[in-house]
Design a binder for this molecule. Structure first.
Ligand code: 5GP
Length: 115
């Protein structure tokens, strides 16, 4: 089934796209949890972190270099930020197309709250 993110990548539905190349697309989260909240997404649909194949290592590394460059562009490199990948139910994953959240622009508080 086509995910929302595939439609954003294909520009079939609107997305505030900040970066796109042949491997990765990055766009602002529709419900930002911090002043900067960007989703960095592989163009090919990998559902979860569990589905990353050995051959995807360079692609996953590229997601990190895109995140680094976007943090620089957004002016949060020095103040700091968090990169988050949620996986499956306990990880709180809502969209089953692998993505890294780049969040920052304010102090983010403790890393986890587990009730
Ligand atoms: P997850 O919980 O799967 O790690 O995160 C999914 C994220 O996708 C959430 O932060 C949610 O706000 C965001 N999101 C869901 N639907 C859309 C959409 O249509 N457009 C954009 N830009 N973000 C979305």
């Amino acid at each position: 089934m086509t995910t929302l993110f595939e439609k954003i990548i294909a520009r079939q539905i609107p997305g505030d796209i900040l970066h796109q190349d042949d491997r990765v697309t990055a766009f602002r989260d529709i419900h930002p949890r911090a002043p900067v909240h960007i989703l960095i997404v592989p163009n090919k649909p990998i559902p979860t972190a569990n589905d990353i194949a050995d051959m995807d290592e360079a692609l996953i590394g590229h997601m990190f270099t895109v995140a680094r460059d976007l943090a620089q562009r957004e002016g949060i490199s020095e103040s700091g930020y968090r990169l988050i990948i949620n996986c499956n139910d306990h990880g709180g994953q809502e969209v089953y197309h692998l993505h890294a959240h780049l969040v920052g622009g304010a102090p983010l508080g403790p890393m986890l709250s587990c009730a």
